[in-house]
Write a protein that binds this ligand. Sequence first.
Ligand SMILES: [Zn+2]
Length: 312
Amino acid sequence: MNRRTFTKSLALGITAAGLGKVPAIARKPATQFSITMDDFHWQNPVKLSALERNQSILNAFQSHSIKAALFVVGGNIEAPEGKQLLSAWDKAGHMLGNHTYSHRNYNASATVVAEYQQDILRAEALLKDFPRFRKYFRFPLLKEGDTLAKRDAMRTFLSQHGYRNGHVTIDNSDWAIDNRLTARLKKDPAADVKPYRDFYMEHMWARAEYYDSLAQRVLGRPVKHTVLVHFNLLNGLFLNDLIAMFKSKGWEPVDAEEAFADPLFSASPKVVPAGESIVWSLAKEKGTIAKSLRYPAEDGEYENARMNKLGL
Ligand SMILES: [Zn+2]
């Protein structure tokens, strides 16, 4: 049931009650989620060619009637092949955002703020002519600054250039599972991929439930989620299953651009180090919840023991 039919049945329920009939049972509105994909690293084809991976991911969105957001590393669209692959996203109506040119870690101590800002503008120059480009910026590794001065320098820079932060709400380690899957298939192209799929679904649902309940605790209301995933083989194979799983749990897909309209994404939590999921960051800002949080919020390290146990 989507939000519209929910409201409608609720209204009907009230009318029926007014007529002395049995009121419709008011159900909780569905949790809403969107898919936001990062990096666009297409130059490492394993099992699927770059074109096949691209097509498979776009087909998954199309079959669920979802418009996603793709945060592009500018360096990946210098070559004509990269531009062409990206055009397919643009034509399909997905939003394109900026993810820097060279994917540096802003929290690294060696980072020079002015160079990092140039890296963003360099990516923008490559993206700006795509009609579906929007001024949303996503920090690589979700690292928004390890000092107050660095954090605020970027907040000022982004707002001066008309950018909004393309925050993630549901962070996870899909990339770590993809690393294992890719390594296995390079060694044994006929390896069974189902165990990787199963672990991916389990992991994503665990992270989704965690961040959704954290959002409820921090904000006291449902939010429109932006689920982070990466442009990799794992999603080339299983993105369709991932979206289907969320739907089977009663979650409702929405377009990424619609999700980003949630007021949640305008927040600028005053925490250092800044970044991670926006939900995590807001929780960190709230002293009472902060103690229960780990840092980094997500990392392959947390998943390795279980992946080892499963032989992935
Ligand atoms: Zn990235």
